[in-house]
Design a protein around this ligand. Structure first.
Ligand code: NAP
Ligand code: GCO
Length: 264
């Protein structure tokens, strides 16, 4: 049996109407998994369904706010009833607010922590009992460079993603004995709507200063694409990683290993 196959597996990828989640879910479908995803708005779920259909993927979409425990529990129960226990959970849904910390309100802070850290707890808590009953399961948390590094204006996001790295290790520690593997993927700087403001062309047509900064900090000298995450995500969802647990796999083109290109 191909140890990278996801044939017949039930995969829930949160926030996967587009972006990184969509790419991961698409890769899972190509590996044989049944795809379930959610988004906050019906219009985005519909947009996602159409995009999956265009690729020949018969995904199922739900309107569900991952910070709402009742909505999450109802979604997981529906998937369980209609198709079966969730084998693979990807906690992908996430937001960022780029505000200097001293200018960030407590409510803005709480909103980021709620989506990026509390929600992975809520969704993981909802799926783990079924995985225990089934005797196996895979949870993949989408972490970040900010699970390891800080930078100006992203205090809440970095705190959340740092916490998500430790939640990953704790789920590994607490549920590894039930043959549940919980790992993280730490994408580098990926070209999605979330990072579009950092790549906007300047009025004079030049590249955004942050864009140039990331190019100088990445040995691969390019932004990542969502497709760069597909192989690592399939690996962590498959039997090939059954003895990999509590690990964050950084898919960053080498950023974390590199001091950065010296200015000419
Ligand atoms: P994105 O383009 O902004 O997509 C995020 C997705 O999450 C959207 O579908 C969004 O739906 C959904 N979402 C947000 N809040 C939600 C909620 N409360 N309930 C349900 N869905 C919700 O982001 P992305 O770049 O694909 O990033 C996906 C994940 O990767 C995030 O966790 C992000 O932190 C992480 N990440 C991104 C990068 C990068 O460079 N892009 C790098 C490292 C890590 P709506 O459109 O309805 O809000
Ligand atoms: C930012 C970016 C990053 C990326 C990602 C890097 O403002 O610095 O949005 O946070 O989204 O998390 O791994």
């Amino acid at each position: 049996m191909n140890q990278f196959s996801l044939e017949g597996k039930v995969a829930l990828v949160t926030g996967a109407s587009y972006g990184i989640g969509f790419a991961i879910a698409t890769a899972y479908a190509k590996a044989g998994a049944k795809i379930f995803f959610n988004d906050i708005k019906q219009e985005l779920v519909d947009k996602g369904l159409a995009a999956y259909k265009e690729l020949g993927i018969d995904a199922k979409g739900y309107v569900c706010d991952v910070t709402n425990e009742q909505q999450v529990n109802e979604m997981v129960a529906k998937i369980d009833e209609e198709t079966g226990v969730i084998d693979i959970l990807v906690n992908n849904a996430g937001i960022i607010k780029r505000i200097p910390m001293t200018e960030m309100t407590a409510d803005e802070w709480r909103t980021v922590i709620d989506v990026d850290l509390n929600a992975p707890f809520i969704v993981s808590k909802a799926v783990i009992p079924g995985m225990i009953k089934k005797g196996k399961g895979k949870i993949i948390n989408i972490c970040s460079m900010m699970s390891e590094l800080g930078r100006e204006t992203v205090s809440a996001y970095a705190a959340a993603k740092g916490g998500l790295k430790m939640l990953t290790r704790n789920i590994c520690s607490e549920y590894g004995e039930y043959n549940i593997q919980c790992n993280g993927i730490g994408p580098g700087y990926i070209a999605t709507p979330q990072t579009a403001p950092l790549r906007e062309l300047q009025p004079d047509g030049s590249r955004h200063p942050f864009d140039q900064f990331i190019i100088s900090k990445t040995p691969a000298a390019r932004w990542g694409n969502p497709e760069d995450l597909e192989g690592p995500a399939v690996f962590l969802a498959s039997e090939a990683s059954d003895f990999v647990n509590g690990h964050v796999l950084y898919v960053d083109g080498g950023i974390l290993a590199y001091i950065g290109k010296q200015p000419k």
